[in-house]
Design a protein. Structure first.
Length: 163
């Protein structure tokens, strides 16, 4: 029995495992630590028959706080703006700087066999009103179906995780 099996043996009832990443630029191999560990936990829970949802969030509302891949004129213009609102620095069809980097990172998951049940983008949660913009916390509003307004189970709280 390894550490993930031991963890899975200690829990009861349905579980939600969640990780997230801020797509602030090119990612390095160490960025995969969180997704790999959370995937191992989800697999161990499921192997024990525990109902498990594996969620992966993209924190694309975090502000640009580094100069990764930006030209000097863009640094002045974009610093402090949400990554979701910064144009893609390459003409490759992505809707934003955040989408460019996040989609490239997430594409790696499939090649590694990491398959979250659902991906969510913080910019979409904010736009849907599912996050209180003054606190950055999920709103307390729930629909009659037992999900948040963003379609996440009420037990799934989007949090900032691996960076």
């Amino acid at each position: 029995m390894d550490w993930a099996d031991e963890l899975a043996a200690r829990v009861h009832g349905p579980q939600v495992v969640n990780d997230s990443k801020t797509p602030s630029g090119t990612v390095h191999v160490g960025s995969l630590r969180g997704p790999v560990l959370v995937d191992v936990i989800a697999r161990a829970l499921r192997a024990r028959g525990v109902e498990t949802r594996y969620l992966y969030g993209i924190d694309d509302m975090d502000p640009m706080d580094a100069q990764a891949l930006l030209t000097p004129d863009a640094v002045e213009r974009e610093m402090g703006r949400p990554l979701a609102h910064i144009p893609d620095q390459e003409a490759d069809g992505h809707a934003s700087y955040a989408r460019h980097h996040a989609e490239r990172f997430v594409a790696t998951f499939e090649r590694l066999g990491i398959r979250p049940d659902r991906y969510y983008w913080m910019s979409e949660l904010y736009a849907e009103g599912a996050v209180d913009p003054t606190s950055g916390s999920p709103s307390t509003g729930r629909s009659s179906s037992g999900t948040s307004t963003a379609g996440l189970p009420t037990s799934a709280t989007p949090t900032t995780g691996t960076r």
